[in-house]
Design a protein around this ligand. Structure first.
Ligand code: NOJ
Length: 513
């Protein structure tokens, strides 16, 4: 049997750097802070640290608006700190993924400053500029991800530019070969500095095809829904050229043996799996967001899991995620009582799991008072629950003022989980369970590579098997508030006491007889 690669065997841990650990008292996390906490990540049992953007940025979208792809924002540190982080991670056997944001820059990026300076500037075509319609309105009816139109009017040069996200995040024109060359070279720059791969941001939006015109109405849209979903993004998302861009990125990645591309791929199952590449020459791991917003019931989850497994290309390695910096905390979504069950599902399905920082502690969404709101999405589309501040709160390391996160004032209030800050979490806490779960997973071949098989799926209970070469592991999840019959086998781990029938919300892992 072939060995698994590091990214097939490993667990990804997402660090949101603003909120992980502050080392200089400015209330915002930084690279030295991450270094200080690498031992925590290592002890948890994760293997791969994905760090959300750390590059120079006006921070209008908290780092996803980059003004220099090769720099480090002083808020986070310096190149020297970055090199130290890579060295400290590698010494511990941890891999590091950076966020790569190819689809848009900041409007403060010198390229855009040049591009908007005149219609004749050589960099004009690095972005997507179009004339107004005869009545002055934007070239298409497209709606940005954060609410209003995707088109911003530029007074100086009398044209609109495209922005899929904020107006301060103009879309790059990847159809321009100079843009391709520069962006691909940026990847080389960081590979040469020792990064083990990239999480590629918003790739589905990297090749909008303006010539195809207006977007059709979404027949399922209703008031109260996210306004950006009012239209179907038929011409801006997942265009054929997106897959060519990914192939280019993969070719560069192949210049550096053993590196990984993890893509932020959302769309239909067919679109997501297409990102593996026709010849497995796309992303090694196209993110599978299927569990992020699916209804949390057994029938729906089983259908979702089975459809994904069936749709994978023959050599496609699966991947799973239940939380990130953009969506509701898993413990809030499924309820605190089911947080262990959700982590068990994430860590026992076949494929590479990604844990969002703090989900291992059962952190729930924080209440952010109106005067503390930071997220531009909430500011632009208020009151619809779209804001992402509630899931971006600083890590609660201890019970001190500033929670061990900072000696200053944290940029967002700290959310302390029900089991208390990390330093007070002992036996019986969510993180104590997750530690055991990860140790079991990483030490059990059937859990790493065994095939997935649904054994029982009722409204209340999901039991699935992972069939290894020499043993079958059963994962029994009781979604209900009542006890349920347990499968027979030797209990390896339980979120409860693991004997007799399954307790309400119990997750139990057994070796089948
Ligand atoms: C996806 C990122 O995860 C999100 O945080 C960001 O706002 C958008 N891409 C724009 O870069």
């Amino acid at each position: 049997m072939t060995d698994l690669t590091w990214w097939q065997r490993g667990i990804i841990y997402q660090v949101y750097p603003r909120s992980f650990q502050d080392s200089d008292g400015d209330g915002i996390g930084d690279l030295q802070g991450i270094i200080q906490r690498l031992d925590y990540i290592k002890a948890l049992g994760a293997d791969i640290v994905w760090i959300s953007p750390i590059f120079p940025s006006p921070m209008k979208d908290f780092g996803y608006d980059i003004s220099d792809y090769r720099g480090i924002d002083p808020m986070f540190g310096t190149h020297r700190d970055f090199d130290a982080l890579i060295a400290a991670a590698h010494t511990r056997g941890l891999k590091v993924l950076l966020d790569f944001v190819p689809s848009h820059t900041s409007d403060q990026h010198p390229w855009f400053v040049d591009s908007r300076s005149s219609r004749d500037h050589p960099k004009r075509d690095w972005y997507i500029w179009r004339d107004a319609q005869p009545d002055g309105s934007p070239p298409t009816n497209w709606i940005s991800e954060f609410g209003p139109t995707t088109w911003a009017w530029d007074e100086t040069t009398g044209q609109y530019y495209l922005h899929i996200f904020l107006a301060s995040q103009p879309s790059l024109n990847w159809r321009n070969p100079q843009v391709q060359a520069e962006m691909l070279d940026t990847m080389r720059f960081w590979y040469q500095r020792g990064v083990d791969g990239f999480r590629v941001d918003a790739i589905t939006h990297a090749a909008p095809d303006v010539a195809r015109g207006d977007h059709p109405e979404n027949p399922d849209w209703h008031d109260g829904m996210n306004p950006s979903q009012r239209l179907l993004k038929a011409h801006s998302k997942n265009q054929p050229f997106n897959f060519d861009i990914v192939r280019m990125m993969r070719r560069v990645t192949e210049e550096f043996p053993g590196r990984l591309l993890l893509g932020e791929t959302d769309g239909t199952l067919a679109e997501v799996t297409r990102y593996y590449g026709a010849d497995m020459d796309g992303f090694q791991l196209p993110f599978n967001f299927a569990l992020l917003d699916v209804e949390w019931t057994v029938p729906v989850l089983v259908r979702t899991i089975e459809n994904y497994v069936a749709a994978l290309p023959r050599d496609g390695w699966p991947t799973w995620v239940i939380g990130n910096h953009d969506c509701i905390r898993i413990a809030s979504r499924v309820g605190h009582d089911r947080a262990r069950l959700a982590m068990t599902l994430l860590l026992c399905l076949r494929g590479t799991p990604t844990i969002y920082q703090g989900d291992e502690l059962g952190i729930e969404n924080a209440d952010i008072p109106a005067d503390k709101v930071q997220d531009p999405w909430e500011i632009q589309v208020p009151g619809k629950g779209l804001g992402r501040d509630p899931v971006r709160t600083p890590m609660p390391w201890d019970a001190s003022n500033g929670a061990g996160f900072t000696t200053g004032t944290p940029w967002l209030p700290v959310a302390v989980p029900r089991d208390g800050p990390v330093s007070l979490q002992g036996p019986g806490s969510v993180v104590d369970y997750v530690l055991q779960l990860i140790a079991l997973r990483q030490g059990t071949d059937a859990l790493l590579r065994g095939a997935y098989r649904t054994v029982t799926a009722t409204d209340d209970v999901l039991i699935f098997a992972r069939d290894g070469a020499d043993q079958t592991i059963l994962i029994a999840l009781n979604f209900s508030d009542h006890t349920q019959p347990a499968p027979s086998g030797d209990t390896l781990l339980s979120s409860h006491d693991g004997t007799g029938p399954l307790a309400p919300h119990e997750a139990r892992i057994l070796r089948a007889h």
